[in-house]
Structures are given as structure tokens and as C-alpha cells.
Design a protein around this ligand. Structure first.
Ligand code: MG
Length: 347
């Protein structure tokens, strides 16, 4: 029998930021525990507003998953178990990810090995993570660059009024390579192309989700002309979306909370490679629990954007480290994340 427990929590941001619907100061998460014969795996669901999940929806889903898991004798048939969890209901991807991560952690602990080792992945090939510079005024830039001075690659959020000014201001202060994330913020394809052409000579690595996901024809037009790689984030959620992104994007941003977890993320990397697309491993606002799980896969990726735990005030887990920005995987078994002190409010 597999015993699932879970606890809702709120993570506060170090720096609140503006989104279209107002200021974001915190994010809801749910931590999970899956136990079997005295060993426990940990997981996490993080719910960004745009995926439509909440504490209530995740708890409702996890109560269903709890009943299902209670009827399962042993945890080793990961893909069969996760298929059953996936079929409980549509969507609920972060709730599903919290079960997937806890199950991987549990099985890794039973086998005594971290997942990169079980997958036969060379952990030394893990990339450097990007360090996020949010949308804001130039006055924040110096402070943010100072805070991120140990990181080698920056990520600049765009889609505001002053994209061009911010990039030029950044370039005056730093010559580090920059990944740009527009978060669907540009609404005009010609403007997007002009911006990308301008950025090409400013050491920009790639541009993530330049246009709203609904603007499919404009996206194809942009893809055919863009001098920089275009990476799909909001346009690609799960495995089945990859095929549709071919011919529209050069690569995909895989996040555990979008795709239901480590198993599907692993399969998505293989599929992206099969159709010759680049891979970015990203995260939502998450603790070191979910990010350590995602980090297990990063040696297979071209880039990683896993600075989530650095952007929250209190991290409930110890796990993956960023040493001068390089993703450094712990030797601990499973996902390599260990709760700090008491596990929050067991339920
Ligand atoms: Mg993004």
C-alpha cells in the first residue's frame, strides 16, 4: 500500500512583480509525501495562475489520487501507476506532478540511487542555470545584477513598455549572455521580428514565447524569419504538443508542472531530440523540492532555467545547488531533496 499525504503552503517572493492582473507577492504550492515500508518520497505542486490550478483543486485531485494509491501494492511500476493517476481526471498537471515527483523520490530511495544515475545520465554535463531579471525599471537592474553576480547566464523578462531600453541598459552593465522570455507579451509579428533582429547582435541566446499561443500563423511567419532560436513555453505543455510545435519553434521549454512530472519530461526530451528541437528545462515558482527533481534531467538539455528557489523568501528543502550558476546535483538518492526541519502541516 502506498500512503499519500499532502500539505498546502504559500511561498512568498523576495521581489513582488507585476503581471497583467496585478502584483504577485506569493504563490500557492502543495507538498506531498508518499510512504512505503518506512521510506518516504517528497513531491511538490506549484500553481501559476495561468494553468488554472489552486490549493482547492490540487487537494481535491490528491484526495482521489490518495484513494487510488492506497490500493497499489508496491511502487515500482512507475509508468503504470502514473498512467492511472493521469487518467483520474484531465488537466491538473501540477497536482499530477506532485505525485510523480514523490513516486520517483520514493523509488530512487528504495533503490538507493539518484535519478540521474538510474537514467544513466552524466551529472557533470548539467548546464548553467539562467538567473532571472524580472520586468522592472532600470533602477532595479544594478541591484538585480549584483544579486546574480555569481551566475553566468541572465534571463531578461520582456513584453513590457521598455524592452529595448532595458536590454540596452543591461548591456551597459553586463556582457553575460542573455536568454529572453517574452511570456506571450508581443502582439505584433513585425514588432517581434524587429526586436529579435536588434537582439541578435547583443549576445541573446534565444527568445522564449514571443507571441500569444493563439497567434499560430504569425508564429510560423516569425519562425521562418527569426535569426535567433524561438522556444515554446505556453504553446507546449505536454508530450502531445511537441509535434504541433515543429515548424513553429526551434525548441521547447519543459516544466514538470506543465507536463505532469519527471516521467513525461524524460519522454518529452527524447521526442524533442527525435524531431530535432532544442530543449530548455524550466520551472515555476517552486522550492528546491520540485526543482531538484527537474534538475535530474538537465544534463540532457541545452539550457536550464531553474532559479525558482532563489526567488522565494523561504525554501523548505535542501537539494540541488548552483555553484557559480552551474547546476550541481546532490549524491542523495531519489530527487536529492531533503526537507528542512519539520515537514509543513501534514494533512
Ligand atoms: Mg516562459
Amino acid at each position: 500500500m502506498l500512503r499519500l499525504r499532502f500539505a498546502p503552503q504559500t511561498l512568498e517572493f523576495k521581489h513582488p512583480f507585476r503581471i497583467s492582473s496585478g502584483m504577485r507577492t506569493h504563490t500557492p504550492v502543495v507538498f506531498t509525501e508518499l510512504s512505503f515500508h518506512g521510506l518516504t518520497g517528497y513531491g511538490e505542486a506549484s500553481m501559476p495562475p495561468y494553468l488554472g490550478e489552486s490549493h482547492e483543486s490540487v487537494i481535491r485531485f490528491l484526495n482521489k489520487a490518495k484513494a487510488l494509491l492506497a490500493g497499489i501494492k508496491e511502487p515500482f511500476d512507475i509508468s503504470v501507476i502514473l498512467q492511472q493517476v493521469d487518467q483520474l481526471e484531465e488537466k491538473n498537471t501540477s497536482a499530477k506532478a506532485s505525485v510523480d515527483i514523490a513516486l520517483h523520490d520514493l523509488v530512487g530511495k528504495i533503490l538507493g540511487k539518484p535519478w540521474y544515475e538510474l537514467w544513466n545520465i552524466d551529472k557533470d554535463k548539467a548546464p548553467f542555470t539562467t538567473y532571472t531579471i524580472g520586468i522592472g525599471g532600470e533602477e532595479m537592474l544594478e541591484q538585480k545584477l549584483e544579486e546574480g553576480k555569481d551566475f553566468r547566464i541572465l534571463k531578461l523578462k520582456m513584453g513590457g513598455e521598455n524592452d529595448r531600453t532595458m536590454l540596452y541598459a543591461l548591456r551597459k552593465l553586463s556582457n553575460k549572455p542573455v536568454a529572453v522570455d517574452v511570456n506571450q507579451g508581443w502582439k505584433d509579428k513585425q514588432h517581434a521580428l524587429n526586436m529579435i533582429i536588434m537582439m541578435k547582435d547583443l549576445d541573446v541566446l534565444f527568445v522564449e514565447q514571443p507571441l500569444p499561443k493563439e497567434m499560430k500563423e504569425e508564429q510560423r511567419w516569425l519562425y521562418e524569419r527569426s535569426p535567433l532560436p524561438l522556444i515554446a513555453d505556453e504553446s507546449v505543455q505536454r508530450f502531445g504538443d511537441i509535434e504541433k510545435a515543429k515548424g513553429y519553434f526551434n525548441g521547447i521549454n519543459i516544466k514538470l508542472m506543465k507536463c505532469t512530472g519527471m516521467l513525461e519530461a524524460y519522454r518529452m526530451i527524447a521526442e524533442a531530440r527525435r524531431v530535432e528541437m532544442k530543449v530548455l528545462i524550466g520551472c515555476m515558482s517552486e522550492s528546491s523540492c520540485a526543482v531538484s527533481a527537474a534538475a535530474q534531467l538537465t544534463p540532457l538539455a541545452d539550457w536550464a532555467d531553474l532559479d525558482g528557489p532563489l526567488l522565494i523568501k523561504q525554501d523548505h528543502f535542501d537539494g540541488v545547488k548552483f555553484i557559480s550558476g552551474k547546476i550541481t546535483l546532490p549524491d542523495a538518492p531519489g530527487i536529492g531533496a531533503v526537507p528542512k526541519g519539520e515537514f509543513p502541516n501534514e494533512k
